[in-house]
Design a protein. Sequence first.
Length: 381
Amino acid sequence: MIQPDRLARTFTDLVRIDSVSRHEADIMAHLETALEKLGATVVFDDAGKKIGGESGNLVAKIPGTLPAPPLLVCAHVDTVEPGRGIEPVFENGTFRSKGDTILGSDDKSAVAVILETLASLAGNREPHGPLEIVLTVAEEIGLLGAKNLDYSMLSARMGFVLDASDPDAIITRAPSANRMTYLVRGKSAHAGSSPEKGINAIAVAAKAIASLALGRIDFETTANIGVIDGGSATNIVPDRVTVNAEARSHDEAKLADVTARITGAFRAAVAETNMALPPGLGEASVEVTVDSDYFSMNIPDGHPLVRCAAAAGTSLGRTVATKMTGGGSDANVFFKMGIPTAIMGTGMTDVHTVRESVSLDHMVKGAELLRAVILTFSRGF
Ligand SMILES: [Zn+2]
């Protein structure tokens, strides 16, 4: 069975090993040993080289004792900053950091849950089908590990990614996202002696931003202006400003629409500004970059993954709901690669902040569900 004490020790060990994105060599060495002890064959791909990181993705294969199709189980090992020298504090059943770093439960609670689940299966000599454990690097900086994973190493056609909060739900829908950069150019001039010779790039960008609807656009679409960078001194009319924005939607057409609206606002502000300028002064302009950040996923309710998770929940006397998320994860990339993966939760909360926490009970619930999912998938349902 799942052993809470062993799970807590595993989690503590993992968060004490620094692994901010692209610096995953130490934790991967630790995990390679741990997985081999659990009977896995461990290999790494060359994603680390492709993305300038210390390590590739880890793929661990555990042969099955039941003739079932292989099941993919994935988590990421990298963390955001401040994520160095993490000292976990365990109080009232909950892990937190000392307060000056993140905790790293995103996503080491998932890695610990996977290790505990495998240990429990091995300890009980529980018959199960073949497993393919994928531990990715550089998830937090744009899903780079999953995007550069060597998919020829996998034979699983579906699976589960552990990278969410609620241990009683699986996430089956996630949005597409675009990242946009608007570089607005104006013309510099002395702000005191000759402001009329300048074109204020910040004022142009501000006009565009003020005209926009941002935040929650509708139930499945969001937009945000996140970073503004421009100008050099109060006595200079700024000649350039860069604005970074993003948009997300579960609906591709809506994503295209909201992205076009934001871009349109910048173009309109530039056009309006230029119409009001005296001849011979030059003109404002905007350079637009739109990058597709990740792609949506949508696993229908009748899919085997959903039925498997529901049956696993029932075997534990629990109800497993399906949910949608506003975020992206490795699951979006797997979905695009033709390997649908539903996202399971391990209790992590307030991730990417120094207030991050995870309760041991929730991790145990996550491990119990993962264990039941593996057994259900292996035996057929
Ligand atoms: Zn994560």
